[in-house]
Design a protein around this ligand. Structure first.
Ligand code: ADP
Ligand code: MG
Length: 578
């Protein structure tokens, strides 16, 4: 380890010289209060900024053990430190100066969710933060004096303000940790309570706008209020007693007039697999961690998926037991999205009519008369949703304002009226009795088999040009894997581009388990098991901008690689009787 003064000497020496001389500062420095790691120096002022780490020993940082003594707390504290470091860098870093990215000090920026991230770590010996610095230049000439100011004036202030316990607001810090711990506790309680989701009374579900996930504010926000019949009380470890709507397992319909808050409720449930920051409004909206939002996704590629539970007798005798296409339709894509989720262990399906294929959801009596079953390949979801629960124990929460035929297959019916849910199950049952649906059930006796698939390693080629491995993410919704693009636009439960980045690298990591025998589920499980050690297993170098993802999204991404090739495994028939 070099002394900090050595860094200063180098910066003064290379001042005014070519940008490449910055390479000389790569290394580890003892800065007294902390250790500085200059891991990677950028090649030029326009390239991705240089990667830097700081480790503050706990005798200086001073975080009490109870701030990180279990997984929930540790992740929340790391998230908190990342946010504080971000704030401090905007306060103390003078920002851009010179060419390109010159002058910036920046860290991964979390949103409304609290996620495990590789930007910050808290251990007994030290606190570590990973960030980037744009080493300053004018043209391509080293601006050594500016670099010196960044390392010796700005950075120490940022570190002190954000990584020293004594300089942080203790009550804000503990609130952050306790909210996350409570939410994790609540999510774990769902199983014991026989629930798939919980929405706290007083929760704020609507968002500021379609592109701003902060809570909606102002006088017209209606706080959530559970119907009496579904109200559940839970005692949380920190907050104590809370009440809210418990949605039991089974089939739940969300109905109600247009613009009365149905989609907003389901969107909150989709994101209830994650913890939210204090003040978000959805802190105590939690969902079964294996919940998947399902939507139609026409245009996607499909590789040998057994969609026969939903679709049969396609034109030209196309095989739906191992269905492949380069360009799926709305209904085949929606069926595929369900089957692929079942393959990797989904427990709750979340479906919104707004993003569903109508012909996948429903086929009414009149249409059944006009187009006979043998001319219609699709068995609509309405005829399968009960079997899904009975045979495979997969629950569904479904927004459907447009078809009362679903009353026959629902365990409960929630009606949204002016943003408040009412339990209208009894009325719906009575109506179903009075006007018996004339449609015939087309679903057969059982849901049908789920045939698992074995991904073949050769179909995952991360190379591009002379690079053996070239994987990058473009924002939230796209991964460039070698020469191929993976489109994640329909994966609604990804919330952070650092998740996307991690998934890109995790797909490559997963290839080590593709031995021609393991199923996709087994492979995803193996990757997640390794990742219990942390996100760092994905990369030999320290990376500061990974965020944790679920196996369900990893599988979803692999399934959308357009070169994917699989072998199907024998069908496992599921025939529970209710
Ligand atoms: P639906 O799916 O029933 O047509 P949405 O969920 O799309 O309705 O909601 C319609 C509008 O109402 C959206 O702009 C949404 O932000 C707003 N909204 C939803 N819930 C609330 C609420 N609790 N308070 C105030 N506005 C809300
Ligand atoms: Mg809607």
């Amino acid at each position: 380890m070099r002394a900090a003064e050595e860094l200063r000497r180098i910066l003064r020496r290379i001042d005014g010289r070519g940008y490449k001389t910055y390479k000389d500062i790569e290394g580890v420095y003892n800065c007294g209060e902390y250790v500085l790691f200059v891991d990677h120096v950028q090649g030029d002022p326009f390239a991705s900024p240089s990667r830097v780490r700081v480790q503050v020993p706990q005798k200086v940082a001073g975080f009490p053990e109870d701030a990180y003594h279990n997984k929930s707390r540790e992740i929340a504290l790391r998230d908190f430190l990342t946010r504080r470091f971000f704030d401090a860098s905007t306060n103390f870093c003078k920002g851009r100066r010179g060419t390109g990215k010159s002058g910036i000090i920046s860290i991964d920026r979390p949103g409304q969710e609290i996620l495990e991230r590789s930007s910050a770590f808290v251990t007994e010996p030290y606190v570590e933060v990973r960030f980037v610095m744009g080493l300053p230049a004018f043209g391509r000439t080293v601006a050594g004096r500016h670099a010196e100011a960044m390392f010796f004036e700005e950075l120490p202030q940022i570190v002190r303000a954000s990584l020293f316990f004594k300089h942080l607001d203790e009550s804000t810090l503990y609130e952050h940790i306790e909210v996350a711990e409570d939410a994790d506790f609540l999510r774990k309680q769902l199983v014991h309570l026989g629930l798939v989701a919980f929405v706290a009374d007083e929760a704020i579900l609507p968002r500021a706008s379609g592109v701003d996930s902060r809570p909606l504010t102002g006088g017209r926000v209606v706080p959530f209020e559970s119907p009496e019949s579904l109200r559940v009380k839970v005692i949380l470890p920190n907050r104590g007693a809370i009440s809210g709507m418990g949605i039991p397992k089974g089939v739940t319909l969300v109905v109600g007039g247009g613009y009365h808050g149905k989609s907003t409720l389901v969107r909150a449930l989709e994101l209830g697999v994650y913890d939210h920051i204090p003040g978000d409004g959805r802190e105590f909206v939690v969902t079964n961690p294996y919940a998947v939002k399902i939507r139609a996704e026409d245009g996607r590629r499909i590789e040998k998926v057994d969609i026969s539970p939903f679709i049969n007798n396609l034109p030209f005798g196309q095989n739906t037991g191992a269905f492949s296409t380069e360009d799926a339709s709305g209904s085949t894509s929606q069926a595929t999205n369900i089957i692929e989720a079942l393959e990797v262990g989904v427990q709750l399906l979340l479906i919104d009519e707004d993003t569903s294929a109508t012909n996948f959801m429903i086929r009414d009596h009149r249409m059944q008369e006009l187009v006979s079953k043998d001319k219609e390949p699709i068995t609509p979801f309405i005829d399968k949703v009960r079997q899904l629960y009975r045979d495979i124990r997969v629950s569904t929460i479904l927004v459907i304002g447009g078809s009362g035929d679903y009353f026959d297959v629902a365990d409960r019916v929630l009606c949204m009226v002016e943003y408040k849910p009412y339990d209208r199950t009894k009325e719906a049952r009575a109506i179903a009795k009075k006007h018996t649906a004339e449609r015939k059930s087309e679903g057969g006796k059982h849901f049908g088999g789920i045939s698992e698939r074995i991904p073949l390693a050769h179909s995952f080629d991360p190379s591009k040009g002379r690079r053996e491995v070239k994987i990058s993410s473009k924002g939230l919704q796209s991964i460039a894997f070698g020469t191929h693009k993976i489109d994640l636009g329909a994966i609604g439960q990804l919330v952070d581009k650092s998740q996307t980045r991690a998934i890109g690298d995790a797909i490559y990591y997963a290839t080590r388990y593709m031995d021609g025998r393991r199923t996709l589920k087994k492979i995803v499980d193996a990757v997640l098991r390794d990742m219990e050690e942390g996100l760092d297993v994905l990369n030999p170098r320290p990376v500061g901008d990974y965020a944790m993802f679920r196996g369900l999204e990893l599988a979803a991404a692999a399934n959308r690689l357009r070169t994917l090739s699989v072998r199907q495994k024998r069908i496992k028939e599921m025939t529970n009787d209710e």
